[in-house]
Design a protein around this ligand. Structure first.
Ligand code: ADE
Length: 348
């Protein structure tokens, strides 16, 4: 078993330096849960406006359980990783059906909910219910790896197990909620990734094994992930008057259930686009090239080129079946579009 150094200096440091964040003012497990799910994969500053709007619109577990899918996706639009919000709704329905609408108050029951893993269960259990569980996310793994001068790949399951056990032993000795928040805060503001820690500001620098060995910039060790697949696509903003052609993506797979403009595979020229549309009997009034754009998913990159394509009213009936024409104001209010299309949004 690995032993972390004494973490008590973190507590006064946290009291003095913690950022004032809305989810740190509540013990309501629903509000804490929403914050933790949003904060997975998303920066604090990006989460703040979404968090407020989500809770204004869906202030309770029962409201979340009952929300229509389109509303959920719209509230999440731009945050990415949409399965997060779908899983939250599944979990909310479980809470309504199996826990009488009360968020469960034991670690095991929290962990059994859809979309809640060890980290999130520990965060909710400690922040909402003061239970002595660790909350080890990527930030805290990095802090622990540096404190221990840990040399294995931190993404391996062994590393997660060993480092989580070390943190678990420590958080039991302190007010757990505060210590968990303090570890997260240290990782987010001082013990920074990519070789850029601010050790001069760290309350634990005198007991940090990586710092003592001058290895803080090269830790944690992370094995290179497999290269992402690259997919070229041509985004067509097909416009008829003030309506834009959209389709709903399939129920399964990447960005399922979200809406998108018509796309062709590959990076096509204007001529190629026109002949593709001509094959459907559609004639183009005007075609304007748009900027190229790139979007990076976890395992995939989209390399996009785009065109705005003006069509006449007669073309509306010739569009592929999966497309429908959406008035522009409905795109703003009703249809959730993935941020992968951000570069083309101004034309929609
Ligand atoms: N990232 C994950 N959980 C967090 C929290 N509670 N506060 C700030 N950043 C976080």
């Amino acid at each position: 078993m690995l032993h972390l150094p004494d973490l008590s200096p973190l507590l006064p440091w946290y009291e003095k330096n913690a950022r004032d964040l809305p989810w740190r003012h509540t013990r309501d497990p629903y509000r804490i849960w929403v914050s933790e799910i949003m904060l997975q994969q998303t920066r604090v500053e990006a989460v703040l406006p979404y968090y407020a709007r989500f809770l204004d619109t869906l202030p309770s577990i029962s409201a979340l359980a009952a929300a229509p899918e389109a509303q959920l996706l719209k509230l999440w639009e731009g945050l990415g990783y949409y399965s997060r919000v779908r899983n939250m709704q599944k979990a909310a329905r479980t809470v309504m059906e199996q826990h009488g609408g009360e968020f469960p108050a034991t670690f095991e029951d929290i962990l059994s909910l859809c979309g809640i893993g060890e980290y999130t269960a520990g965060a909710i259990a400690s922040f909402a219910f003061d239970l002595p569980y660790p909350a080890v996310d990527g930030n805290v793994l990095r802090v622990a790896a540096r404190l221990l001068c840990y040399q294995r790949d931190v993404l391996s399951s062994l590393a997660k197990k060993e480092l989580t056990a070390a943190v678990a032993a420590e958080v039991k000795k302190h007010p757990t909620a505060t210590l968990n928040q303090a570890l997260i805060e240290l990782g987010a503001t001082v013990c920074l990734p990519n070789g850029a820690p601010r050790c001069e500001k760290c309350p634990l620098k005198s007991s940090c094994a990586a710092h003592q060995n001058g290895l803080e910039a090269s830790l944690p060790v992370r094995k290179k992930p497999a290269a992402r697949k690259i997919e070229a696509r041509t985004v067509l903003i097909l416009r008829v008057g003030d309506r834009i052609a959209l389709r709903r993506r399939p129920d399964e797979g990447l960005l399922s259930g979200l809406y998108e403009p018509y796309c062709l595979s590959g990076n096509r020229t204007a001529k190629e686009v026109e002949s593709e549309l001509a094959a459907l009997g559609i004639s183009v009034l005007r075609i304007t090239p748009l900027e190229a754009a790139k979007h990076i998913f976890t395992h995939l990159e989209w390399h996009m080129t785009g065109f705005e394509v003006l069509l006449d009213d007669a073309s509306a009936g010739l569009l592929p079946q999966e497309l429908f024409l959406a008035p522009r104001e409905k795109i703003d209010k009703v249809f959730a579009l993935p941020s992968a299309y951000r570069a083309y949004r101004a034309f929609m």
